[in-house]
Design a protein around this ligand. Sequence first.
Ligand code: AMP
Length: 207
Amino acid sequence: MRLVILGGPGSGKSTQARQLCRHLGIVEISSGNILRRAIASQTDLGHKAQPYVEKGELVPDEILIEFMRQRLLQPDTAKGWVLEGYPRTAFQAEELDFLLEDLNQQLNWAIYLTVPESVMMTRSVARYVPSEQTPPTQNQAQDSTPSTKSRLDDHPKIVPRRIELFYERTVPILEYYGYRQKLLTINGDQPPEQVQQNILHKLELDD
Ligand code: AMP
């Protein structure tokens, strides 16, 4: 199964991606976690991404696209994956399709977790704990491991920009996947277990 999870900040993407991966026994690839870890470990990718991530701006497409290309060629992706936070722009979505075509693979579904803007704001800001700003350690090496509860970009001054970018750059992807009949829209403004159940039901994976 190959899935993409789309949604604004605080829509529950990472919680749902994690649970889905556990359920399906496939790998979670979270672009946000990868970038936060790269920044903490001061890798080349981290150096390039840091100025964007800390301001809540999107990392340039070409950086992410090349990284994801390499990531999706790794052997642990053979059984399938859930991409969380990627693609985030129409260009990334198109490039993902080109890459999958090259690999002779197909995306099954793009799952869109819809929540009101006010919920994006309150959930993100609620995660922000100024005293816990220690970056993730290198031990948190897996893509799917939550990097840290508190994120600098959940700062109340940065979240509005992330929300704005979600509407400007990511919402257009919904049409892209809708047109290809790959879009599943799920109400994300419910308890996480309910959201998960609804996703499994739509994927026809509930018992
Ligand atoms: P997230 O954890 O998904 O909210 O991502 C945190 C930050 O990482 C975003 O605000 C962006 O700065 C960057 N980022 C993550 N995924 C992408 C992506 N697909 N394209 C560009 N920037 C990204």
